[in-house]
Design a protein around this ligand. Structure first.
Ligand code: TGC
Ligand code: FAD
Length: 385
């Protein structure tokens, strides 16, 4: 869609350049591969090297760790353009950058940063982030995975479920209960007692690899504890704040794709002797979709500028994630309706975005959770206690 609000005026030339180069990459290399990748339920691993070569992995980190010192708005625009292609590709980049490289950068020591981050930026090491468990989703404080201190390290026991990248990951950032509280660990795939299983039969995020992590007396040496991780939920929640911010932009990328497809289709498709775009009810839907995209673009941009000044409080990020996911899902459903029967075909893409957004609205905090985070901020009363 065109830049109707002239928001490009608010972007630097570097931000526009990075957005446009990712847009071009997605149009050329990602979208053509998608119907088949989605149908077969396989994450195209060739995308890993491509996004690494574009400098998109850990792009906000300093250069000495393989990053590009990029700002929050540039990262947001990248997420938007990746998810214009598919939520699975944006998920891959979010998890690698915000949920794996960020905790190592923020809570790791210098040895860990130098050992892992440059290789992760080059796409040579893939990460996953294990917080959710079979019995602990919205309430990660109730996790049952434990880390018991033993000579020279820790013994991990438990499992993590619904973990993006788990089947293809070389390492996992795992959050486990120690006698002192929840701490973060870097668990490498070769560590004895660590196994992974792919989750099959997903009807959403099919072009993404999702799995389970299992720890059976898995020995993790002391050097793989993230020393700066606090003894509570603050450290994993701070990683979620990074990823939720990217999702606010990403979900709108999927919404923009759906809007563009629906608008083109409505102008072409003839019924009752004229283009369906000429019908008032179709125009109302298009106008509603367009309005929500414009509103979310402004919100995301302002959140990004606040984040660049370290002023984007977690409840504001919740506002952005909640709004974008809710509106993007509505837009995808409206687009699917405008396409009639063609709307259910992978060839027209909107059903894929719609199904993906059913995951995106659930992961990284459900719609309810984000309402309650905002509710706590507004009222001073926690609904979680
Ligand atoms: P609460 O008492 O509010 O906070 C506990 C401590 O954490 C601090 N804190 C934060 N710090 C940084 N960023 C944030 N967003 C923070 N939110 C809270 C807080 O200040 C406090 O610190 P301290 O020092 O006082 O201890 O915690 P609570 O237990 O009331 O929180 C409840 C709740 C529901 C908000 C939280 O548990 C939550 O967000 N639940 C949702 C779980 C979730 O989002 N899981 C996502 C798993 S990862 C994932 O889905 C990846 S998908 C990836 C992809 O494919 O793209
Ligand atoms: P539950 O917490 O059981 O919630 C079920 C329903 O109850 C929801 O509607 C929820 O909003 C509602 N609910 C729960 N508590 C409350 C409350 N207090 N008030 C009102 N309503 C409430 N996790 C990771 O750790 N790493 C990953 O990489 C990852 N990737 C994922 C990829 C996919 C494709 C999916 C689908 C999930 C992924 N997740 C990941 C897990 C995701 O974060 C959780 O699914 C999410 O946090 C919700 O947890 P749950 O599924 O257990 O739902």
């Amino acid at each position: 869609m065109d830049d109707f609000l002239s928001l490009d005026q608010q972007l630097t030339s570097e931000e526009i350049m990075v957005r446009d180069s990712v847009h071009h990459y997605v149009a050329q290399a990602v979208i053509p591969a998608l119907p088949d990748a989605y149908e077969t339920g396989i994450f195209p691993t060739q995308w890993i090297q491509q996004v690494a070569d574009l400098g998109l992995l850990g792009m906000t980190l300093p250069e000495q760790y393989g990053g590009a010192n990029a700002g929050a708005v540039a990262y947001g625009l990248v997420c938007q353009e990746l998810e214009r292609g598919d939520s699975g590709l944006r998920s891959f980049v979010s998890v690698q950058s915000s949920l794996c490289m960020y905790p190592i950068f923020r809570y790791g020591n210098e040895t860990q940063k130098l050992k892992y981050l440059p290789k992760m930026a080059r796409g040579e090491l893939i990460g996953c982030f294990g917080l959710t468990e079979p019995e602990a989703g919205s309430d990660p404080a109730s996790m049952q995975t434990t880390a018991k201190p033993v000579a020279g390290g820790w013994l991990l026991q438990g499992s993590k479920l619904w973990i993006t990248n788990a089947p293809i990951a070389d390492l996992a950032i795992v959050w486990a209960k120690t006698p002192d509280g929840i701490r973060g660990f870097i668990v490498e795939k070769e560590m004895p007692g660590f196994t992974r299983h792919e989750i099959k039969h997903k009807l959403s995020l099919r072009a993404s690899s999702t799995g389970e992590l299992v720890f059976q007396d898995c020995f993790v040496p002391d050097e793989n504890l993230l020393p700066g991780s606090s003894k509570g939920l603050a450290a994993p929640l701070s990683c979620l704040t990074q990823a939720r911010y990217g999702i606010a932009w990403g979900a709108m990328g999927a919404a923009m794709a759906c809007f563009d497809i629906a608008l083109d289709y409505a102008k072409q498709r003839q019924q009752f002797g004229k283009a369906i775009a000429s019908f008032q009810l179709i125009q109302r839907d298009l106008a509603d979709m367009f309005t929500e995209i414009c509103k979310a673009q402004c919100l995301n941009l302002q959140l990004g500028r606040l984040k660049e000044q370290d002023l984007a409080a977690p409840h504001l990020i919740s506002l952005g994630k909640m709004n974008a996911c809710r509106e993007a899902l509505k837009i995808a459903r409206m687009a699917r309706n405008i396409l009639g029967a063609n709307g259910i075909s992978l060839d027209y893409h909107v059903i894929r975005h719609m199904n993906n957004l059913e995951s995106v609205i659930t992961y990284e905090g459900t719609d309810n959770v984000h309402h309650l985070i905002l509710g706590k901020y507004l009222t001073g009363l926690s609904a979680f206690e």
